[in-house]
Design a protein around this ligand. Sequence first.
Ligand code: ATP
Ligand code: MG
Length: 664
Amino acid sequence: MSATTSAIESVLVENRVFPPADAVVKAARISGMAGYEALCKEAEADFEGFWAKQARANVQWSKPFTRTLDESNAPFFRWFDDGELNASANCLDKHIGSPTENKTAIIFEADDGAVTKITYKELLARVSQFANALKAHGVAKGDRVLIYMPMTIEGVIAMQACARIGATHSVVFGGFSAKAVHERIIDAGAVAVITANYQMRGGKELPLKAIIDEALAMGGCDTIRNVFVYQRTATACNMVAGRDKTFTEALAGQSTECAPVAVGAEHPLFILYTSGSTGKPKGVQHSTGGYLLWAKMTMDWTFDLRADDIFWCTADIGWITGHTYVAYGPLAAGATQIIFEGIPTFPNAGRFWQMIERHKCTIFYTAPTAIRSLIKAAEADEAVHPARSDLSSLRILGSVGEPINPEAWMWYHKNVGGERCPIVDTFWQTETGGHVITPLPGATPLVPGSCTLPLPGITAAIVDEMGNDVPNGSGGILVIKRPWPSMIRTIWNDPERFKKSYFPEELKGYYLAGDGAVRSADRGYFRITGRIDDVLNVSGHRMGTMEIESALVAKTDLVAEAAVVGRPDDVTGEAICAFVVLKRSRPTGEEAKQIANELRNWVAKEIGPIAKPKDIRFGDNLPKTRSGKIMRRLLRSIAKGEAITQDTSTLENPAILDQLAQTN
Ligand code: ATP
Ligand code: MG
């Protein structure tokens, strides 16, 4: 790395540090950095012993395991593989006979504001009854079931019921098209679909069953025998006689008791297709034992969960975050959680803050994309500002899904967390099953924009293209050196792609995350700099797209969001192209030129002239996946002036591509 690059990076050193308050440290499960370091040492001294001890303490095994880790067929690692368990029993049955049985498991707030609560005991009865209905329709251990449901208690019931009988679920986000559903049904070889007639979002009734019908009509879905339809709204939908059953029909006469089916620890609990930010979605296959272990442990560690917490993860069950921190983790940990059906901007953009107040939420976990859009909304309209709600119940905030820009972090900290709540910026992936690099609320001094340090037992590191460690302060490739229990087991139907994507030979058998990162020189903290293919090289200077985006977003009076990509340039090798959403309306003509100039000068001042975007374009929005992530690969094509020929099946807002293709 050249001296100039180091100079560029030194400007970006984040000096703000927020240590946890003494009282928080004292009360925490992992108390202070000493507590954190002790656990790391334990894992280092006896890796398998550490995990075996945790697996015995945190999971109820119907047959105890005797082998902890089997590396004989690496990278197809096996954990606890002669043990048996049931995931649903570990989330529900486990609490029966303890005070938790009558505790509220889920506080459900519907789109229209109606609130329904369900206790652990009631949830167990409903999961068991639905599991019996699935069995009665011939769904058995090892079968795959596609779930296409709105955010509802029934969505969680569907997942838990599959787990209860050993069926592998594959949840598809309710915003995906028939084509995406069709591909996933075929790839997974699903025998049944669980869906709803409609879903309610933002006051609108949106069809789900009709999309399933369309997908099934595309052909090749002969494996599907039944479609179970939850009647979310009173509106009728098409039902195919024999094949389709309403929940009411399927549940009629079914007992509310159903013995959980014990499965081997490596039995696939679910397949989940990644969000597609970087290419064709991959069917990530997860295990039962190792996955559940980490879901439970990270609830306790990252969120420092207590018996009286009201936990709220805003992610949809269609994403990994909604699997681990809605459908499994909170239940395995015996938490009370909020599930929200609707969208953050309905009936107004104060909905999240009003709900925190209404339900006395203590732990709030959301995504940077939501935070950025709510900042924009709060600044435009005082009535939806978080200050209008009583947020004093909050004690911990979380962020997930993308790097959070330091300025968005500061706003979240100040306006939502009242400068009192630690923010856990959790770095992880569909493939990692749960958090891997994250602060601990009662231990880690926080630095805005940094996911700080790996959890104990996670051997995260930064290496070069040959797998050699790079010193702190230099950027490189993020890897995890040793396997961990909740890691991806394979790509469904494609073990070769699994090996190639995640365990490339040059990297010494390390797990390749696909993200670039840098560790700070002083604390060794990790900061994610963007996807590996998002690193820019301008006149020989390597820069992460994230640095420039954060600099643009730091112009807080003007910029709401920014995405930066490179495009080939004859002179500089690569030129920087920035796509910007302003807090005001989209400028055109002379005005656009003037604002673009202002932003260029701003970046020059914040980072250095080398980082000045050559091209700045304005849009009403950015192309995002349905989970809210910016799709930079599409922006790269636009920047080059190419037609888009890539997979756009997971794109939320296709119309935006044309707008961004226009030059000023
Ligand atoms: P695909 O793999 O199909 O391209 P995806 O990577 O967007 O899709 P996910 O598994 O949902 O699918 O997202 C994981 C990625 O999200 C990480 O690799 C990283 O790029 C980003 N990410 C998640 N959390 C954080 C975080 N706290 N800080 C920085 N980046 C994060
Ligand atoms: Mg990914």
